[in-house]
Design a protein around this ligand. Structure first.
Ligand SMILES: Cc1cc2nc3c(=O)[nH]c(=O)nc-3n(C[C@H](O)[C@H](O)[C@H](O)COP(=O)(O)OP(=O)(O)OC[C@H]3O[C@@H](n4cnc5c(N)ncnc54)[C@H](O)[C@@H]3O)c2cc1C
Length: 479
């Protein structure tokens, strides 16, 4: 009899699990049948790009760290390396909003810390005293116990309040669209915590690592970011095309899981009922929590501890001639102290070629998240207007965008709170009480596309081992 694996969620993680499981099935001659259940009418989850009138519209993510090994291998296997596009090297500059102006992030500023003194000292981003305090980071004693602390506490302790407020908060909080007082340093800035531990100072560690060419962090290393010619969706399309041995059910939402009679588990969905020996939950943790609430309230509570927020991306297409004060760069982030409504804006057509033709500029505006949850309740029209009004003073925009697109991502961005790693461990332990339960995806071990690919691959490998062991057990019993 075949071993049935149900993968719930057809985002990049669920698709990676399905794809990798299919190859492991062939390699190890595993008797598996795979079904993939997706509540939406399309695959890809938050990854969605469209080509509209020669413009490539990215509705969710627009780039990824292409050098991370699992993603790199996957892109090679899927024959996508020729479609890789790196960021435009002439425009590699980011800005921070300050008093209705866009201030360039100093050259060598590495996510939370400077690594080159001259651009840092001459930057108008920080006051004289602020700069002094940041430079003194090299003399701040290192933390002597390995406890987790919030990103806000970490940055304030090492660099002082000014760096925290003017750069750290918008740069780190912007990725998760969440309050840095809640975010876990160990889970969101592990590489910087490690630099403190190893070198006694983040700045010293960055400089030292830079000298040795060490790959230290996922900061603004623009040369390492890439995308695909026709958008991130190409990865999804290519993965989906490979799933010849997978039965895919769209518009099918998992409602609950019960113990089965035929197989271990019975899945109640908005479509058919499914029997499965193993379930891979590749959906945001907070949504997985709902599906196991009846079965195991303790597991459900643990899953619900990893919260995620709703966010909105507004794509705005402008005539270049309507932008009175253009800025050469990849976009800007807005610190909370500026009391604006948007979190960031990306100049996507400057970042990558082929996003808009020469006479146009495509700008992506990020709204909501855990930082401003109520804004996602606004109507589409209100959100598009808000996006335009908010970026206008910085760029002195003279006429409204010629085209606009709005995408809402409910629960699209998990945010890792204090002791996140402990929560993940707890979920893994509780999952062991349910034979064949696996939890994977952006909620657990990294939010970026490469992290999701890595987590999906790891889950497929664990699942293959689990099935192999079951196969051996069955053979032993038969003998
Ligand atoms: C606006 C935005 C911008 C981002 N930008 C970047 C970026 O530039 N670079 C980067 O690396 N990362 C970025 N990320 C993060 C990254 O894109 C995501 O973390 C990653 O794509 C998540 O993949 P996933 O498969 O784990 O989850 P998802 O994409 O959320 O997929 C989960 C799937 O499960 C389905 N589902 C939910 N509930 C059920 C149910 N009950 N039954 C069946 N199916 C269900 C959903 O419909 C969805 O398709 C961004 C994320 C967002 C939201």
């Amino acid at each position: 009899m075949k071993y049935t694996v149900a993968i719930v969620g057809g985002g990049v993680t669920g698709l990676t699990v399905a794809y990798r499981l299919m190859s492991l099935q062939k390699q190890n001659d595993l008797p598996i049948e795979i079904v993939l259940i997706e509540s939406n009418d399309r695959l890809g989850g938050v990854i969605k790009s469209e080509t509209i009138d020669n413009f490539i519209v990215e509705h969710g993510p627009d780039a990824f760290l292409a050098e991370k090994p699992e993603l790199k291998n996957l892109l090679t296997e899927l024959k996508l390396t020729e479609d890789l596009l790196s960021t435009n090297e002439h425009n590699r500059q980011a800005f921070i909003a300050q008093n209705n102006k866009l201030v360039p992030l100093p050259v060598g500023f590495f996510m939370i810390a400077p690594t080159q003194w001259l651009p840092f000292i001459t930057s108008p981003l920080f006051s004289f005293l602020g700069k002094l305090r940041i430079a003194l980071e090299v003399a701040v004693p290192k933390k002597n116990k390995p406890y987790d602390e919030s990103v806000a506490d970490f940055l304030r302790r090492r660099f002082g309040n000014e760096l925290l407020v003017r750069a750290g908060q918008p740069l780190v909080g912007g990725i998760y669209m969440a309050d840095i007082n809640l975010l876990s340093t160990q889970s969101t800035l592990p590489q910087f915590a490690e630099l403190e531990r190893r070198f006694g100072s983040v700045i010293k560690g960055l400089v030292e690592a830079g000298h040795h060419g060490v790959n230290t962090a996922s900061g603004a290393r623009y040369n390492l970011f890439g995308t695909l010619q026709n958008g991130t969706q190409m990865l999804i399309n290519q993965l989906a095309e490979q799933l010849t041995n997978v039965k895919v059910y769209l518009n099918t939402k998992l409602i609950s899981v019960e113990r089965g009679s035929e197989k271990n588990w019975q899945l109640e969905t908005t479509g058919s009922q499914f029997d499965a020996d193993a379930i891979v939950f590749a959906l945001p943790s907070i949504l997985a929590a709902q599906t196991v609430k009846e079965l195991d309230p303790v597991l459900s509570n643990a899953l619900a501890k990893i919260e995620s927020s709703n966010s909105t991306v507004v794509n705005l297409l402008y005539n270049k001639s309507d932008i009175g004060k253009p800025h050469k760069g990849f976009g800007f982030v807005v610190p909370s102290v500026e009391s604006k409504k948007i979190i960031a804006a990306g100049f996507i057509s400057q970042k990558f070629s082929r996003r808009a033709s020469n006479d146009y500029e495509m700008i992506r505006v990020f709204i909501g998240g855990q930082l401003a949850p109520d804004l996602c309740n606004l109507s589409d029209e209100e959100l598009v207007n808000l996006a335009q009004n908010e970026i206008s003073p910085y760029l002195e925009i003279k006429s409204p965008a010629v085209k606009t697109w709005l995408s809402r991502w409910p629960n699209g961005l998990p945010f890792y709170q204090l002791e996140h790693k402990q929560t993940v461990k707890n979920i893994e332990n509780l999952a062991k009480n349910h034979l064949g339960f696996f939890f994977t995806g952006s909620s657990y071990n990294g939010l970026g596309i490469p992290d999701c690919v890595r987590d999906g691959e790891k889950t497929a490998a664990l699942l293959a081992t689990h099935i192999q062991q079951r196969k051996l057990q069955c053979l032993n019993q038969a003998v």
